[in-house]
Design a binder for this molecule. Sequence first.
Ligand code: ATP
Ligand code: MG
Length: 438
Amino acid sequence: MRLSQYFLPTLKETPSEAKVVSHRLMLRAGMIRQSSAGIYSWLPLGLRVLRKIEQIVRAEQDAIGCQEMLMPTIQPADPWRESGRYDAYGPEMLRITDRHGRDMLYGPTNEEQITEIFRETVRSYKDLPKLLYHIQWKFRDEVRPRFGVMRGREFLMKDAYSFDLDTEGARRSYNKMFVSYLRTFGRMGLKAIPMRAESGPIGGDMSHEFVILADTGESEVACHKDFVDMDWAAADIDYEDDLQPVIDRFTAKYAATDDERNPDIEKSMAADLAVGRGIEVGHIFYFGDKYSRAMGATVTGPDGEEIAVEMGSYGIGVSRLVGAVIEASHDERGIIWPRPVAPFRVGLIDLKPDDAACAAACDGLYRKLWDRGIEVLYDDRAGRAGVKFAEMDLIGLPWQVVVGPRGLKTGGVELKNRRSGDREELSIDQTLAKLTES
Ligand code: ATP
Ligand code: MG
């Protein structure tokens, strides 16, 4: 993509309404524009990141045999009346009436809808277990939308639902999802710590929030200090194995959000306790037959009896993650994208586009990089070098290649790593080779 043609409306001034760094940087880097409170348009650069995150989430759901579907954003009110949540949900639910006077709503989540689909289609225990997910926009009329996309009113969520015959099966589904979340966040370059969360009506240990430690986090969290440095990208998991040992390894020590903090454990940990703030990027939750019982989602069991299925739900805040990654990875000059979610891998800067040699070298490099599947944003605009450098640092692509007439005389370009700031003089071929490996 050539920057001369790209739609990248960056801002020089820091927008005063933005209170946290990710919100400021997303606005300044031309990733999003606010439409109304807590509702945003995603501009090309922002959308590329959103899609990368979504794709990692999708791949890891697919890897555990969770099947993608797509439910609508607008739902009828009736299933919510059956579950008892239509009134319970309160003003966070955006309620709509259609032209025939029917009550509709913009879905804040999809338990009712998936339960309705399940009860109309699945009859026998032989069809279990089932794991289903979708990635769809949600609407919650939050009291205080803030921090940009991190607490929006309209936001993109991956929500998955499990259906099992009994608690043991439900635990297997829960464990699969738990481990896949470690991998999902690890692949984005994040350390998301699984924290015990308020377990809701059923109790037990089957509710975890996945939290990224950041000063701007909205929830108070406490964990053993070893968790802060743990490698959460638990690689090479065989999902057919018993995953309980993996989970025990990752949770044997202590980690809890404010709802579930335990003063006794915390006292015993003394100096090993790390207390801080965190951003919730995912939440997994086992709720048994709460919805299946209320809505009559039963299957015929092995002995012919009708059994209300055991369910769990598993959310990831896809659009919140865009902000959370920035909170975890930036410096005073701008964003520093982890490679797997970077909108482009390389920023190519032509310092003198009106110089034929510079333009030819850049054009060649640009084509060769794309041919190798490396996404490049090519700053081919006329303008001051300082401005170009500042903008490239602001949008935070992992690598910058700087091409100028002086270096080219000896056949060289400069390769800069955005995170470390390291620069090296390389030939064009060396640059290509290094970027291909990176
Ligand atoms: P929170 O405690 O932050 O309000 P929640 O417990 O209401 O979140 P869930 O219903 O568990 O959230 O939703 C699943 C995921 O969706 C959350 O872990 C979070 O990452 C994301 N999410 C929830 N609310 C918002 C929001 N208003 N804006 C952006 N993402 C959100
Ligand atoms: Mg939650």
